[in-house]
Design a protein around this ligand. Structure first.
Ligand code: SF4
Ligand code: SF4
Length: 367
C-alpha cells in the first residue's frame, strides 16, 4: 500500500510568527512551493458566527497565514454555514475571516451556485450539490480539531461536508439521521469529493473536547497537521488526542471498505495529549463493525437526541429557529418532537450554548 505523508508542525500559539513558522514547515515538507494548482479555494471550518477565542471555527491566523504563504496565482476563501438566514458577512466578521481577507487581499466568496456529484450510499445512488467552485478551483481544506456529537471527531474529512451549500447540509442530515448512517454517507461523499482536494490542514493548536463541535471545552493541543489525504490526516489527529481510528465510525467504515492508509508522519515529534475527553467512542467502535451494519436501520429507529432549550440562558435570538430544516421550532421556541429529525443543527447554531441535548438510551450508547 502507498504511504500517505502527514506533516506535523509544533505550534503552541496563534501568534503571527509562531503560526508562520509552522505553516512554512508544513508547506516546505509537503513541497507546496513547487507543486501547486493555479486556482485554490481555501475552505476553513466556519460552523458558526463565533469569535476565534471560542475555538469553534478555524482560527483566522491559520487561515490568513496559509493563504498568504501559498504561492498559487489565483486564490479565494469560502465556506457556507448551515444557517442561511443569518448574513454570511456576520460570519466573516466574527470568525476573523474578513480581516484575513483584507490582510491578504484575497476575496471571500459565497457558495451561491452548485454542481451535482453522484455517489452511492449503501448501494443507493444519490446526487449531492457542492459549490461550483470545485469545477475550476482545487480545495485547500483547513479544518478545526474538535469532538463531534455525530461523528465522534471533526478535523479534515468532516470539514469537506461544508462544500455542500448551506441549507442542503441540513436536508442531508434529515436523510442520514443516526451517526452510522451519516458516517456511511461521509465515506461515500469523501471518495467522490477527494479528487477536488489539493491539501488538508488541521488547526489543532487549540482543540475542543467534550461537548463538541460547538459547546465543548478548549484544550491546548499545540500542532498544525497537514497532508493530501484527509483520512491519513484524521488518523494522526486521532493519535494526538488518544482516539483509535476504530472509535470513529467514518474511519472504521472507511477501513472496512478500502483499508486505512499506511501513514508516514514527518516533521516534529507528535506528543499525544493526555485525558482528552471524547464521548461515545467505545460504543461507536462496536456498532460500526460489519456484524452490526445490517442492523443499523433498526438501531437508528431508537436513536434520538432531542434539543432542549434552557430558558435561563436563552436570549431569544432565534438562530435555532432559523436554521431548523423542518421548521420544528415554533415562534415561542417550543420544539415539535414529531417534526424534529434530530439533526442538531439548532444545537450547533445557538451562539449562547442555551440548547442541551437530551439523548435516548441508544443515543447515549453511541455519542
Ligand atoms: S429542532 Fe433542531 S434538531 Fe430538531 S430538526 Fe430542527 S434543527 Fe434539527
Ligand atoms: S436557544 Fe439559542 S439560538 Fe435559540 S433562541 Fe435561544 S439563544 Fe437563540
Amino acid at each position: 500500500m502507498m504511504k500517505e505523508k502527514v506533516i506535523v508542525a509544533r505550534c503552541e500559539s496563534y501568534e503571527k510568527d509562531v503560526v508562520e513558522e509552522a505553516v512554512n514547515r508544513i508547506f516546505h515538507l509537503a513541497g507546496i512551493q513547487s507543486i501547486h494548482p493555479e486556482k485554490v479555494l481555501f475552505k476553513p471550518n466556519m460552523l458558526s458566527a463565533r469569535y476565534p477565542e471560542e475555538g469553534v471555527t478555524t482560527h483566522p491566523a491559520v487561515l490568513e497565514t496559509s493563504v498568504r504563504l501559498c504561492p498559487c496565482p489565483q486564490k479565494v476563501i469560502g465556506d457556507s454555514p448551515a444557517n442561511i438566514n443569518k448574513p454570511i458577512e456576520l460570519y466573516w466578521e466574527r470568525c476573523g475571516y474578513k480581516n484575513a481577507s483584507e490582510i491578504t487581499g484575497i476575496p471571500l466568496v459565497k457558495f451561491s451556485k452548485s454542481i451535482l456529484i453522484e455517489l452511492y450510499v449503501s448501494g443507493k445512488k444519490i446526487q449531492v450539490p457542492v459549490t461550483d467552485y470545485v469545477r475550476d478551483f482545487k480545495i485547500f481544506n483547513i479544518g478545526k480539531l474538535k469532538t463531534h456529537n455525530l461523528t465522534v471527531i471533526t478535523s479534515a474529512l468532516k470539514n469537506l461536508y461544508g462544500l455542500i451549500p448551506g441549507f442542503h447540509k441540513s436536508v442531508l442530515h434529515s436523510k442520514f439521521v443516526s451517526p452510522f448512517e451519516f458516517s456511511d454517507f461521509l465515506v461515500s461523499y469523501y471518495t467522490a469529493i477527494r479528487r477536488y482536494v489539493f491539501f488538508n490542514m488541521v488547526d489543532a493548536v487549540i482543540s475542543m473536547e467534550g461537548d463538541g463541535p460547538s459547546a465543548g471545552n478548549l484544550r491546548h493541543t499545540n500542532y498544525l497537521i497537514g497532508g493530501s489525504d484527509a483520512v491519513a490526516v484524521d488518523m494522526v489527529c486521532c493519535y494526538l488526542i488518544g482516539v483509535k481510528p476504530n472509535d470513529v465510525p467514518y474511519l472504521k467504515i472507511y477501513k472496512d471498505l478500502y483499508g486505512l492508509p499506511d501513514v508516514e508522519v514527518v516533521g516534529d515529534t507528535l506528543i499525544p495529549v493526555k485525558n482528552f475527553i471524547v464521548q461515545g467512542r467505545k460504543s461507536s467502535r462496536l456498532f460500526s463493525t460489519r456484524v452490526f451494519k445490517p442492523f443499523l436501520h433498526f438501531f437508528a429507529r431508537y436513536f434520538s437526541a432531542i434539543p432542549v432549550i434552557d430558558p435561563a440562558i436563552c436570549r431569544k435570538c432565534y438562530a435555532c429557529r432559523e436554521v431548523c430544516p423542518v421548521k420544528a421550532i415554533s415562534e415561542n421556541l417550543q420544539f415539535n418532537s414529531k417534526r424534529c429529525i434530530n439533526c442538531l443543527c439548532c444545537f450547533e447554531a445557538c451562539p449562547y450554548k442555551a440548547i442541551k441535548v437530551k439523548k435516548s438510551f441508544i443515543a447515549r450508547l453511541f455519542t
